[in-house]
Design a binder for this molecule. Structure first.
Ligand SMILES: [Mg+2]
Length: 215
């Protein structure tokens, strides 16, 4: 297996999704009976499962046997809340994905979003079809982001380039020993992504250094 490029979703491919946060809140209430939200944590770059575990811990709870029900509820609520929402594809994303596709470079999603939510967000902005779902990993699969990278790496791809907007993306990539590209289109700066140890840091995905770097 050859080269693979893995993309994070929020802050990397697109922005403007608030439904996810509302869905978390509703699902916590419906499934665990608690008034809780992801704003109780520094949640950026964490997987959805990690967020659920950490929020429940604040209430002395753990996901337990209701974990699957939680994610089913989360995804259902997300679909309701996301209906009216307009997502914005970040600068350079469409052109870059087209370019990679024209060069037959396989692309995967490596996201903290639960699978159904990742599909829903990327489909809404017509990006889902760029990605090979089998070469992807999602945030309901592990609370540890580097485990997601590891899961894809074990399929035999080499080299892998991981693209993300938070220091946690970069740390996960480094831990799983893949090349990392930080993109400062989320809330983190070029400096923060550089300090996290990214192999390449870009202001946004319009930068032609991306293609050069993965050659
Ligand atoms: Mg992100």
């Amino acid at each position: 297996m050859g080269k693979l490029v893995l993309f994070d979703i929020d802050g990397t491919l697109l922005k403007g999704s608030f439904a996810h946060e509302q869905a978390f809140r509703r699902a916590f209430l419906k499934v665990y009976g608690i008034e809780a939200g992801i704003d109780m944590l520094d949640h950026r770059g964490k997987t959805d499962l990690q967020i659920v575990i950490e929020v429940l811990k604040l209430f002395g709870l753990s996901p337990g046997s209701r974990q699957n029900l939680y994610f089913e509820t989360l995804e259902k609520e997300f679909l309701i809340f996301s209906q009216p929402e307009k997502l914005e594809v970040l600068p350079g994303v469409c052109a870059l994905l087209e370019k990679l596709k024209s060069r037959n470079i396989p692309l995967g999603l490596l996201t903290g979003n639960a699978r159904g939510i990742a599909f829903s967000k990327t489909e809404k902005v017509d990006l889902l079809s760029f990605f090979d779902v089998a070469a992807s990993a999602f945030g309901d699969e592990s609370p540890v982001r580097s485990d997601l990278v590891e899961k894809v790496r074990k399929q035999g791809w080499n080299p892998i380039f991981l693209v993300g907007d938070t220091p946690r993306d970069i740390e996960a990539g480094k831990k799983a020993k893949v090349a990392t590209i930080g993109v400062a289109t989320g809330i983190h700066s070029v400096l923060q992504l550089t300090e996290a140890g990214a192999d390449l840091v870009l202001k946004d995905l319009r930068d032609p250094h991306f293609i050069e770097f993965i050659q």
